[in-house]
Write a protein that binds this ligand. Structure first.
Ligand SMILES: Nc1ncnc2c1ncn2[C@@H]1O[C@H](COP(=O)(O)OP(=O)(O)OP(=O)(O)O)[C@@H](O)[C@H]1O
Ligand SMILES: O=P(O)(O)OC[C@H]1O[C@H](OP(=O)(O)OP(=O)(O)O)[C@H](O)[C@@H]1O
Ligand SMILES: O=C(O)c1cccnc1
Length: 495
């Protein structure tokens, strides 16, 4: 079988990271002469993940990087040129491939900063530019933002449950392939974990790397104590012993024995790790043994399919765990493996260039009907900077003096906005005319933002169980316009 070398996966051009239909539509638009008609698209999700009250957005740095490098290489074009139609002719003619070869990304992109708390229906990214380009980038934006937003949100929840304890991400081996593992490590760090076991993520993103050792280390020696002694010899100041290979509490006693030897040589054992059994009981017993032996500072690390609800439960059970090692549940977002973010067209220049046609995708469910316009998200905050309500409005239309926010699923729920209410506009310019115009924050800055933003949310929105719904509504004139557009587009079916 002809298999491409893995080292090619991160080659400069990833422009084919898309669904075929983006390219077939691009050809169709080009054939129709519609390629440069200006269009506006929004990327948003319809429900916060994990039945939670919010999400923390992530993935913009990857998306910006992908957009900056968007071009079709000779290899890409050769591949597209090799695709056949059902009748055996070429799928894409040479003159279209020539067009793609010369294509330069020229769109405007506005986006919400990574680490910002976001809610259903809010555009995380708005793209405005030539229809062909704005459409072509859909799949890549979705794959990059959906997954990282999902994992960052999961990490925030785990951080909430762990409080001030240390959280380590151990997921690479269980992640969805190595790109999934790499972007999950990044998103998990953005969401608040303290370190990762993923060394490539450490190198690429400057994330602290940490770890213990595996059961195989213990199995490789005559007995557990010998294994611990050997590990301590290799890492006299960085040892955490995995104590459950044979019998956990016996393992703790062996760890104490070796810790005494280490102390005699001027070193301190860093910690022990529990990886099976009743973690509440075993951690309490282990703590007692360590304390009695004069090792109150030896940390207790726990792992084994942990997630936010288990951490909460273990804490309620009085577990004495200082550090949580979390793999599978975090990097695969186990309880909700996809965010479900979508990318919908919201405006198209009229063919005669005389203004905008605002576009809508209808659905049987009002909640799934898209929002037309060139949208901005305005977040109203109280004096302490705590979010109170978000308003989506159409920047292509003048705003009335008196603003009212309408719940789009129930127009009787309305909130007048005080004229002096402080607010922030969340979408900020990232690309103008295809040029990056924004100094993207470092991962560490986005992580700090996520922590600040989550803390500023009301606890009723942060709680895991039946969280309060944060108010996100449409500015009244946008809501009226959308309602009329729905009525105009929906066929009248006589009873
Ligand atoms: N006190 C506890 N309360 C609730 N859940 C717990 C507690 N202790 C451990 N768990 C969790 O229970 C799940 C199953 O643990 P189980 O005991 O079946 O696995 P195990 O002991 O690790 O088995 P194995 O040796 O096969 O790995 C894990 O997700 C673990 O984190
Ligand atoms: O449970 P997770 O949240 O996914 O965390 C990662 C798991 O990966 C390791 O187990 P594994 O059995 O793969 O290797 P080991 O022999 O080192 O325990 C580790 O011991 C954790 O249990
Ligand atoms: O360092 C560890 O303890 C570790 C790393 C990966 C997976 N599980 C545990």
């Amino acid at each position: 079988m002809n298999s491409a070398p893995l080292s090619g996966l991160y080659a400069p051009s990833l422009s084919l990271l898309t669904d075929l239909y983006q390219v077939t539509m691009a050809y169709g638009y080009w054939q129709q002469g519609m390629q440069d008609r200006e269009a506006v698209f929004h990327l948003y999700f319809r429900r916060p993940p994990f039945d939670g009250g919010y999400a923390v957005c992530a993935g913009l740095a990857y998306a910006a990087d992908w957009l900056q490098n968007l071009h079709f290489s000779a290899d890409d074009l050769a591949y597209l040129g090799s695709l056949k139609s059902a009748k055996g002719g070429v799928l894409f003619p040479q003159d279209f491939l020539d067009y793609l070869r010369d294509l330069k990304f020229t769109c405007d992109v506005d986006a919400i900063a990574e680490g910002t708390v976001v809610f259903a229906n809010e555009p995380l990214i708005r793209v405005q530019g030539p229809l062909l380009q704005a459409q072509l980038i859909e799949t890549a934006l979705l794959t990059l933002v959906n997954f990282q937003t999902l994992v960052a949100t999961k990490a925030v929840r785990i951080r909430e449950a762990a409080g001030d304890d240390t959280v380590l991400e151990f997921g690479l081996r269980r992640a969805q392939g190595f790109d999934g593992g790499l972007s999950a490590s990044r998103a998990a760090y953005l969401g608040g974990v303290d370190a990762t076991s993923n060394v490539l993520a450490g190198q690429r993103f400057n994330i602290p790397v940490k770890g213990t050792h595996a059961h195989s280390w213990v199995m490789a020696f005559k007995d557990e104590a010998e294994a611990f002694t050997a590990y301590a010899k290799a890492f006299p100041d960085d040892s955490v012993f995995l104590v459950d290979t044979y019998d956990t509490l016996e393992g703790v006693r062996n760890a104490i024995k070796v810790a005494r030897e280490m102390r005699a040589n001027g070193h301190e054992l860093g910690g022990i790790r529990l990886d099976s059994g009743d973690l509440a009981y075993l951690s309490r017993e282990a703590r007692a043994l360590l304390n009695e032996a004069g090792f109150p500072n030896v940390r207790i690390v726990a792992s084994n399919d942990l997630e936010e609800n288990l951490i909460t439960s273990l804490k309620l059970q009085g577990a004495k765990i200082d550090t949580w090692g979390i793999g599978t549940q975090l990097v695969t977002a186990y309880d909700q493996p996809a965010l479900g973010g979508v990318y919908k067209m919201a405006a198209l220049r009229k063919p005669d260039d005389s203004g905008w046609d605002f576009t809508i995708k209808l659905s049987e469910q009002l909640a799934k009907t898209s929002i037309p316009g060139i949208l901005q998200v305005r977040r109203y905050e109280n004096e302490k900077g705590q979010p109170r309500a978000d308003m989506l409005y159409n920047t292509a239309e003048p705003l009335p003096d008196q603003l009212t926010i309408i719940d789009p699923s129930d127009y009787t729920r309305r909130r007048p906005v005080r004229a002096d209410a402080p607010y922030r506009e969340l979408l900020e310019p990232i690309f103008r005319g295809g040029e990056l115009v924004h100094q993207l924050p470092t991962l560490q800055e986005s992580r700090a933002r996520a922590q600040r933003e989550v803390l500023s949310l009301d606890p009723s929105i942060r709680r895991f169980l039946n969280p309060h719904t944060y108010p996100v509504g449409l500015e009244e004139s946008l809501n009226t316009f959308r309602t009329n557009l729905i009525l105009e587009k929906r066929p009248l079916r006589p009873a």
